[in-house]
Ligand binder design. Sequence first.
Ligand SMILES: Nc1ncnc2c1ncn2[C@@H]1O[C@H](COP(=O)(O)OP(=O)(O)OP(=O)(O)O)[C@@H](O)[C@H]1O
Length: 268
Amino acid sequence: MTASTTTSIVVDNVSKTFRYQAHPTLKKVLQSRLRGQRTSETFKALDGVSFEVQQGESIGLMGLNGSGKSTLLKLVSGVMRPDQGQVLTRGRISGLIATGAGFHNELTGRDNIYMNAAMLGMSKEETDAKFDDIAGFADVGRFLDTPVGNYSSGMFARLGFSVAVHVDCDIFIADEVLAVGDRPFKRKCLKRMKEIRESGITMFYVSHSAGSVKRMCDRAIVLEKGRVGFDGDVEEAIKFLHYDGDDEEPDGEEVEEDERDDALASDI
Ligand SMILES: Nc1ncnc2c1ncn2[C@@H]1O[C@H](COP(=O)(O)OP(=O)(O)OP(=O)(O)O)[C@@H](O)[C@H]1O
């Protein structure tokens, strides 16, 4: 692969294998060991994945549950290494990989903002300067000085997302940001992500919502059992996934959720 000066992310023939314990109990593990049998099995979560992203592109990462999306984001963000292949990124990466990742339950929201910002590469001075904006965006009110162990899952997400969107970055990664958070906060997140996209930052966005990927992204990559099943036009990706027809939806609830996201996305 040849990376030019405008290349933001290179994923070159990347694979990631996880190891599972084959037996549920220690007794069975020991019995298998004594018999010389295998006590663990392996599972390939990513298998020979390759693609390039140019600076400023907004990529929707789609695929069924367990297809490898979060694993791929972890490799791109550097929190995990591939077993095979390489991942190259240009510039500072920010984003929300998993809600509450890197948060310390016993520390207050205020302290966690500083801790999380530092993990994303922000200096104390930078965080001081942006603190009011971060706290304002998270809008957790008087809970700011409460240990985050007492937060609801939505409040956790607000704090993490708020820090992530205030980091000056070149690549922004968002995994299921709309899964938690109430409607006003989702709207605020989508609006902020639209600003991030328009400012020329590369965006990597995982979502099951066809509506928000359509509005947020100019290209989509679909993972299928750890491999790239489709890479290209968003509408085509949605057709590839059969997310385009109501009659394909498994039940009414899912359609409603998608329609809500569509309505939210069209609000911004
Ligand atoms: N740390 C881990 N150890 C073992 N297996 C893992 C680990 N992380 C992920 N997996 C497995 O790898 C596969 C891909 O998981 P991943 O979370 O990347 O999928 P996903 O596409 O993000 O799914 P979802 O849409 O449900 O969030 C799954 O079968 C999962 O069980």
